[in-house]
Design a protein. Sequence first.
Length: 191
Amino acid sequence: MTNLTSLYFLIPTFFVFVLIFPIFIEVRVSFNPLFNRGVVALFLFRFKVLYFIFSFHGKYIELQNEKETKRQELEFSSPQFAVMEEFTKQIKDKLRLKKLLLFYNIGTGDAFSSAVLCGVINQIVTGIFLRLKDKKPTASCCIYDTVSYNKTMCEIAGRVEISISLFDLAYSFLLALVKTSDVGKKNKKLA
């Protein structure tokens, strides 16, 4: 009987392990402003979960994958945006940045101005990476540039690998919901 009761302790141990064990998420984004076309993909443990081809049309964004195409209005004052903004604030310190890679191919048609522009971009991005590395010292940040000297070109892509525990994800989302709800707003006014 003691062996059976000790096996029952494995069930809560498993759930605690699942809540604490980090989830590895990878986001890949690329965008070409000359053609107003981009792709965003989300990977979980290296398996593709979803992807969308997107383009901007005024105050609308068009999202397309193999199943459907939908057009969504960009609203920055909706309740959903407020929840996502608060969720971003809550989760920012809980994320563990593993890799941040930036790829770009830029050309203005003139070799000199293309080289100068890419040099300025490299300096700005390197400064941002240094500041980020100061806050997240275990992160690996790299920039890969290609200069198109004789063509007009603008392609930008990025890859971000992060890890977070399921507990931190759920806690941050619930806290964001509470803070943006009417109850959370009333508590802020009272404080």
